[in-house]
Design a protein around this ligand. Structure first.
Ligand code: SAH
Ligand code: SF4
Ligand code: F3S
Length: 512
């Protein structure tokens, strides 16, 4: 869609159909509603890099005496988008609040990865409805990955009239225009682009913390694993230019941030779309390694594109941490084939062997889906045996959830939900066992912890993470929050460590 067509869409999108229409016909009235079919297309057109974001003078006062509240669901990508939207709100003069009752704008930044993620959002929208009675100025918006699905947009239009605006993942930079429309229009404003737009480098950000920061290195995903909605909700793979990333990390280091997490759905594909350059994640990490910041991580890795050069660079350590999250999804080669993961059990194990050879003390963690359509007991047991063989230190485990529009959702499935749930429980027992074992090794050791704040359960206890991403609780003066400290581990629990504070770290070379 070109700019002109999109603007036409803007003009008519506020209109609600006058006569009742069938659910799926809504799209004819709104040019900027999503289409998963269009989102699937992968064009050759070049991505433009821009730095021309600015707030139009007309909107300069929009946020005066108004407050915004954003609730974020889903992955780090969404968390980071929330930071960008918070930045835009503040440039518009809005103030942040964490009390929905005080808010003049409530945004739900949603996740579409599994059905229960979506159900939570619909439940929450129900809770927000009464707030409108007390505050007629209140705007409620839905953004993020769910907005990219036409079924969701139709459901909102049909059932949730408390929603004033819906916009997607590709146009958060248009938040000022969308808010303006929503203030003027009595009807729901829908502005969702099915195709990704340009990369805009100068969007404002209000980061959530002062210790750890997210840095996008690429957007989108072209892998199309058969169960996954992300390639539809986030568009094609687009890499930021290395110089822009390096600049951002340098600035964060200068501002005193201690840890950077590089973000992408498939970070190992970084750089493949940048023409005329032989530059990948390995090259990028090798440059970031030289920046004076204690820790750099990345997520999420796809085993398929994990190359030898990256392993070689990661083995240089320094600020590159010895923790790799490497989602395997299943231990059965047949399942992996149907999932279209494009690696098999053997090639995954071979990659693990290579990584371990280069980085012997690496901590490996993973994601696993159980109960993919027609998964047999034997195939599930292959997942358990692979888990033991690799000895993952932690895993995020999920029951497969069919996502409308993906190939797997059309597959017949002979595995009852009860069996899937029972498999998840069996897997989680193994996860707990191996996590506990990994934790036990730290008893008596001194580890480097980046202190994040008070522990969730006890304000007198501080909490932070090691380079291998282990949670450590310990008692120490509050002044050490935001700093790297040494802690002696006194007790390993299944999912966390308890220790005694020793000292603030002056250099940062410790490898644990
Ligand atoms: N890009 C990342 C994954 C992002 S989604 C990667 O490829 O590793 C995070 C995790 O959610 C996935 O690794 C997968 O385990 C899980 N997931 C994705 N789609 C799912 C679905 N339809 N049902 C259940 N779990 C799913
Ligand atoms: Fe989804 Fe696969 Fe892309 Fe990960 S790599 S986001 S699982 S399609
Ligand atoms: Fe969810 Fe979208 Fe992230 S579907 S996991 S928020 S990319």
């Amino acid at each position: 869609m070109n700019e002109e067509q999109r603007l036409q869409g803007q003009q008519i999108k506020g209109l609600k159909p006058l006569k009742p229409v069938k659910e799926k016909d809504y799209s004819q009235f709104f040019q900027s509603t999503p289409s998963l079919k269009d989102a699937k297309k992968r064009g050759k057109e070049d991505i433009q890099y821009r730095d021309d974001f600015k707030i139009d003078e007309r909107f300069a006062n929009m946020g005066a005496s108004r407050k915004f509240y954003i609730r974020t669901y889903g992955c780090q990508m969404n968390e980071h988008d929330t930071e960008v939207m918070a930045g835009i709100f503040e440039q518009l003069g809005y103030e942040a609040t964490d009390d929905v009752k005080e808010a003049n704008v409530i945004l739900l930044n949603t996740c579409a990865i599994r059905e229960n993620a979506e159900n939570r959002v619909f439940g929450e929208l129900g809770h927000f409805k009464p707030l409108k009675l007390h505050n007629p100025d209140l705007l409620i918006g839905v953004c993020g990955c769910m907005s990219q699905e036409e079924a969701v947009v139709n459901k909102i239009l049909k059932t949730y009239d408390q929603v004033d605006m819906v916009f997607g993942t590709h146009n958060i930079h248009r938040l000022p225009e969308i808010l303006n429309e929503a203030y003027l229009s009595k009807e729901t404003v829908i502005d969702v682009w099915s195709k990704e737009g340009d990369i805009i480098e100068n969007l404002p950000k209000v980061r959530k913390g002062q210790t750890k920061a997210w840095v996008n290195i690429m957007y989108g995903c072209d892998k199309f694993c058969t169960y996954c909605i992300v390639p539809y909700t986030r568009g094609k793979e687009r890499s930021r230019l290395p110089e822009d990333i390096i600049q951002e990390v340098r600035e964060l280091a200068a501002q005193g941030y201690k840890e950077i997490t590089l973000l992408g759905q498939n970070v190992n594909a970084y750089g493949k779309d940048i023409e005329n350059r032989q530059y990948g994640l390995g090259e990028l990490m090798d440059e970031l390694r030289k920046i004076d910041i204690p820790r750099i991580r990345f997520t999420t890795s796809h085993p398929r594109d994990f190359d030898d050069y990256l392993i070689e660079v990661l083995a240089k350590k320094g600020n590159l941490v010895e923790h790799i999250h490497l989602p395997v999804q299943s231990g059965s080669s047949q399942m992996l084939k149907i999932m279209a993961r494009k690696y098999n059990r053997e090639t995954y194990l071979e990659l693990v062997r290579k990584i371990r050879q280069a980085i012997p003390d690496v901590a490996l963690t993973t994601d696993i889906i159980v109960g993919f359509p027609n998964e047999t007991e034997e195939q599930f047991e292959e997942t358990l045996s692979l888990y033991r063989e690799v000895g993952f230190e932690m895993a995020f485990t999920y029951v497969y959830s069919p996502r409308e529009g993906t190939p797997a959702a059309k597959m017949m499935d002979n595995v009852p939900l009860e069996v899937k749930k029972e498999r998840l429980q069996r897997l989680n027992e193994v996860v707990g066992e191996y996590c506990g074992k990994a934790m036990k090794q730290f008893e008596g050791q001194v580890v480097e912890v980046l202190v994040e704040g008070e522990s969730k359960r006890n304000a007198n206890v501080l909490a932070g993470y090691t380079r291998k991403n282990k949670l450590v609780n310990f008692v120490a003066p509050r002044e050490v929050i935001g700093q790297l400290v040494h802690v002696r581990i006194t007790e390993a629990k299944t999912y966390s460590l308890t220790g005694e504070f020793i000292e603030v770290v002056t250099g940062h070379e410790v490898n644990n």
